[in-house]
Design a protein around this ligand. Structure first.
Ligand code: ME8
Length: 518
């Protein structure tokens, strides 16, 4: 067993959610995708540090708390717990759940501020402009419009209010050239390309200095040396990624090991903050930039945006209850190409559960394992000489680890799963063609070979399914007699299933979805 120190580090994060409400399926989508990536890398021998959490300061939190008649700290505590519970219910393998009210984060935010200030990038001025509390973002006048007597951001449709106050500014305008140079030098810095292009166009239009403090409320981290001001919530929020790695102690082991982050996984509405502001702050602070910002799309309910007023917001736990956790994880990552906007409906979920999981995988496993139980003494049969069909199928399965690595390296989860399920389609065709149930009477040795090949493909499929469906894949690996530990990592991918391995009595892993009786 290699020690962690010998492994290549891999630091991955989600956005940190505003705990001004309870989590919905969009939040679940982001953590599930990031969790699949983290699990894939762990299985592939990396020393993974995976962080998620909650973004607890700012005006939006304050306003929601005031509406509810509680303190922002109480609101943050209540809903941050709800987010953490969601993570636990979804089997998210996070290493740290960070809260921006954590003491070490407070220090970290003040330290990045001081570094930016020491670099001459922060000055005191007066802010007047349009602020959206919902987005915690400023908009230029031309990016707003008045409809029904309310001025709104054209981009996000949220209400903006005229704000005038003394404020510290970050010299974002000075970073335009350096940012454009970064985008040219590192075409992988943000993905997918269409969303990266939007970021590049935005920077090309020119950047204004950014107001980074507020004086009208105090729910935030005080500005060092002037506690009339609290920091703009996005300076505070983005810095969570550094805090997790041990900043401000840049000489600490965790920092040297995990910074810069490998991937920040975020949604499309916050690409500007991550691909423009964040690298500019880090350049100013003299810190390395993250390697990649992966921007996913948003999920829509039957084609309609989720919103509280429409009452179509789905709670993640409802799906876990209705469909099962692994089924839900599979659906989310298989159905929608990561990066695109996605749609979900009961029919689409049931379709995937029945076709991909119950039929293509569950049924194949059940049929082959029951035949082994009945006809091979409950142990993996020994293969004879391979036919061209056996060799072709085993070669195709053997190549899937590389295909998956390649797809995961770009967070193309649906592509990785599509490749595995195409292979399952071929394996089902192979099983039907070879007719092991006929061979049982005519050529028992050949039946053994066909079952062996099928079990070996299932073993490789189960290994690759683990990041997406940890519990079901583990059940399948149990059924295939694979011990926990090394045999379940990708290092074991090319070590075929051992003839003679005793198998437990098979039990169905992916039942068909039945509509509940009224
Ligand atoms: O933006 N589908 O927090 P947040 C998919 N605190 N993803 C969705 C979604 C949907 N329908 N709705 C939201 C914030 N998300 C900030 C982040 S990071 C330093 C600070 C995603 O709670 C959204 O795109 O509004 C974001 O990535 C995440 O959920 C948290 O959103």
């Amino acid at each position: 067993m290699t020690s962690t120190q010998d492994q290549t580090p891999f630091y991955i994060t989600t956005a940190i959610s505003y705990p001004n409400g309870v989590p919905h399926i969009g939040h679940a989508y982001e953590v599930i995708a990031t969790d699949a990536m983290a699990r894939f890398k762990r299985l592939d021998g990396f020393d993974v540090f995976f962080m998620t959490g909650t973004d607890e300061h700012g005006q939006k939190m304050l306003q929601t708390a005031q509406r509810e008649g509680i303190t922002p700290r109480e609101l943050a505590q209540r809903n941050s717990d709800a987010f953490q519970n969601m993570n636990d219910e979804l089997g998210i393998s996070y290493d740290r759940f960070i809260r921006t009210t954590d003491a070490d984060h407070h220090q970290s935010v003040q330290a990045i501020w001081k570094r930016m200030e020491a670099n001459g990038d922060i000055y005191l001025g007066k802010y007047s402009g349009w602020y959206s509390v919902r987005d915690e973002a400023y908009y230029a006048e031309e990016d707003t419009e008045v409809r029904d007597g309310v001025r709104r951001s054209k981009e996000t449709d949220t209400e903006v209010v005229w704000t005038e106050e003394e404020s510290y500014f970050f010299r974002l305008s000075a970073y335009q050239d350096r940012l454009l140079q970064l985008y040219r030098d590192r075409p992988e810095f943000a993905a997918p390309q269409t969303r990266f292009n939007e970021v590049i166009r935005f920077v090309e239009r020119g950047l204004e200095d950014l107001s980074i403090s507020r004086t009208t409320f105090d729910w935030g981290v005080p500005v060092p040396g002037n506690d009339k001001h609290v920091m703009y919530v996005w300076v505070d929020a983005l810095t969570n990624y550094l805090t997790g790695a041990g900043f401000p102690d840049v000489d600490s082991e965790p920092f040297k090991r995990y910074w810069p982050a490998d991937v920040h996984v975020i949604g499309k509405d916050i690409s500007r903050f991550h691909a423009i502001y964040w690298p500019a702050f880090l350049m100013s602070a003299g810190l390395e930039l993250p390697r990649r910002v992966m921007i996913h799309g948003h999920l829509h309910n039957n084609g309609v945006k989720m919103s509280k007023s429409l009452g179509n917001v789905v709670a993640p736990s409802d799906w876990v209850g209705a469909y099962g956790l692994d089924q839900m994880r599979f659906f989310l990552l298989r159905e929608v190409p990561f990066g695109a906007d996605g749609n979900y409906s009961h029919e689409a979920i049931v379709g995937r559960m029945n076709a991909d999981l119950a039929n293509n995988l569950g049924n194949l496993a059940q049929r082959s394992l029951s035949m082994v139980a009945k006809n091979c003494g409950g142990a993996v049969p020994a293969p004879g000489e391979y036919s061209p069909a056996d060799t072709a199928l085993l070669a195709a399965a053997g190549a899937l680890l590389e295909t998956s690595r390649d797809a995961y390296s770009r967070q193309e989860f649906s592509k990785a799963l599509e490749a595995v399920w195409n292979l399952l389609g071929d394996t089902n065709a192979y099983f039907a063609e070879q007719q092991p149930w006929v061979l049982r009477k005519t050529d028992a040795a050949r039946m053994g070979t066909v079952l062996y090949v099928t079990l070996e493909v299932l073993r490789q499929v189960a290994l690759l399914a683990q990041p997406v469906m940890p519990t079901s894949a583990a059940a399948l690996l149990d059924a295939l007699g694979q011990e926990e530990g090394a045999a379940r990592t990708f290092a074991a991918y090319a070590s075929p299933i051992v003839p003679g391995t005793e198998l437990p009595a098979p039990a169905p892993i992916f039942p068909k979805y039945e509509e509940p009786a009224d």
